[in-house]
Write a protein that binds this ligand. Structure first.
Ligand SMILES: [Zn+2]
Length: 147
C-alpha cells in the first residue's frame, strides 16, 4: 500500500473531526478519507491519544498527588493550625493585658495611642489569619467532596 496522501483538506479538519466540530459534509469527507489513507488514520489515532492524555492528566494527577501528600501533610498541617491557635491565644492575652494596663495606668495619650494602635493592628492581623484559616478549611472540605 502506498503511503501517499491524497487528502484534499487541511490537517485542521482532522482535529476538528476529533472534536466533533465539523459540519456533516466535512466529517463525511474526513471519514471516507481515513478509511482509504493509513497515514492520516495513524495521524488521527496519534492525535486522539495525545488529546486523551492531555485531557485526563489534569483530572488524575492532582488526585494522585493529593493521595501521596496526605499522610505526610496532615501532621505538619495540624501543627501549623495549632501553632496559629497558640499564637492567637497569646496575642489576645497580650492585647488584653496591654489594653487593661493602658486603661488602668496613668499613661499619656501617646502611650495609649501606641498600645491601642499596636494592639488593634495585631488584632487585625490575627483576625485576617483566622479568616484565611477558615477559608482554607472550607476549600479543603470542598476538595474532598470534589474527589
Ligand atoms: Zn491522508
Amino acid at each position: 500500500m502506498a503511503e501517499t496522501c491524497s487528502r484534499s483538506f487541511d490537517e485542521s479538519l482532522l482535529s476538528g473531526y476529533l472534536d466533533d466540530a465539523l459540519t456533516q459534509g466535512d466529517a463525511q469527507r474526513v471519514r471516507i478519507h481515513l478509511e482509504d489513507c493509513s497515514s492520516c488514520h495513524t495521524l488521527v489515532v496519534d492525535m486522539k491519544r495525545i488529546r486523551k492524555a492531555t485531557m485526563t492528566t489534569p483530572f488524575t494527577s492532582p488526585a494522585d498527588e493529593q493521595w501521596d501528600e496526605r499522610p505526610q501533610g496532615t501532621g505538619s498541617r495540624s501543627a501549623f493550625t495549632l501553632g496559629w491557635l497558640v499564637l492567637i491565644i497569646w496575642g489576645v492575652g497580650v492585647i488584653g493585658f496591654a489594653l487593661g494596663h493602658a486603661w488602668a495606668g496613668p499613661q499619656t495619650w501617646i502611650e495609649r495611642l501606641i498600645l491601642f494602635g499596636g494592639g488593634s493592628g495585631i488584632a487585625l492581623v490575627f483576625l485576617s489569619v483566622l479568616i484565611d484559616r477558615l477559608k482554607n478549611r472550607k476549600t479543603d472540605r470542598y476538595r474532598e467532596v470534589e474527589k
